[in-house]
Design a protein around this ligand. Structure first.
Ligand code: ADP
Ligand code: ZN
Length: 221
């Protein structure tokens, strides 16, 4: 099953994806994480990427698609895409290379997101997301140091939002037209949001089976 997580910066895509990875053994692909790892290599290409993301801008479709394809090849059949696609162009290209089952849109109020992003820290080592408003810790479960992302500074957040509304928001309609969209409201507990998503996926799966069964029964008559 291939799923896409869609939603504004800070809506919790990363946290929910990690739950899919830990509990259901999905391969988690975060283009943001891939880009940050590339930046950490400290070469010329990484520096070029750093300059783009610290302004809150998007990396070019061409580069992101290349990075995505490299990672896709390492994954099995259950995949959760986090932060990709982010533009209509990327979404159309993705349709050419993979069959997407469902797109989960996490709907989150703007003020909640702004507060979360300001308090967000990530593990330098494994990428796990923490919030200083909720937990007061300096290091990750894995021992890695918690750091603030350069693009989580207030002036960059504004720019990321603007770009989200212009470039990514239209994808909601794109996938809704394909009848793939599942909309969940972000709750304060990521566990609750995760469970809500699961129940949606199961209901859909059940309906699909039922439809198949009805079709089969119809044929058999
Ligand atoms: P968030 O969802 O919190 O905005 P991400 O970790 O997904 O953060 O992405 C961080 C940054 O990496 C983005 O602001 C953007 O510059 C870049 N990036 C990530 N994914 C893409 C993508 N699919 N296309 C273009 N740029 C991307
Ligand atoms: Zn860690």
């Amino acid at each position: 099953m291939i799923l896409i997580l869609l939603g504004a910066p800070g809506c919790g895509k990363g946290t929910i994806s990690k739950l899919f990875q830990e509990r259901l053994n999905f391969c988690h692909i975060s283009t943001g994480e891939i880009i940050r790892k590339t930046i950490a290599l400290n070469n010329e290409f990484g520096e070029m990427l750093r300059q783009i993301i610290t302004k809150g801008e998007l990396v070019s479709d061409e580069i992101v698609l290349k990075l995505l394809c490299e990672k896709l090849n390492e994954c099995g059949s259950d995949i959760i895409l986090d932060g990709f696609p982010r533009t209509l162009f990327q979404a159309k290209k993705l349709d050419e290379i993979a069959k997407i089952d469902k797109v989960i849109y996490i709907d989150t109020p703007y003020d909640v997101i702004k507060e979360r992003l300001a308090g967000r820290r990530i593990c330098q080592n494994c990428g796990k997301v923490y919030n200083v408003n909720l937990h007061s810790m300096n290091s990750c479960d894995c021992g890695g140091k918690l750091i603030q992302r350069e693009d989580d500074l207030p002036h960059v957040i504004e720019e990321r939002f603007k770009i989200y509304e212009e470039e990514t928001f239209p994808l909601i309609e794109f996938y809704s037209n394909q009848d793939k969209l599942i909309k969940v409201k972000s709750s304060s507990s990521s566990n609750d949001t995760f469970n809500e998503i699961l129940s949606f996926l199961e209901i859909k799966w059940w309906l699909l089976q039922k439809k198949k069964w009805i079709a089969w029964e119809f044929q058999a008559r």
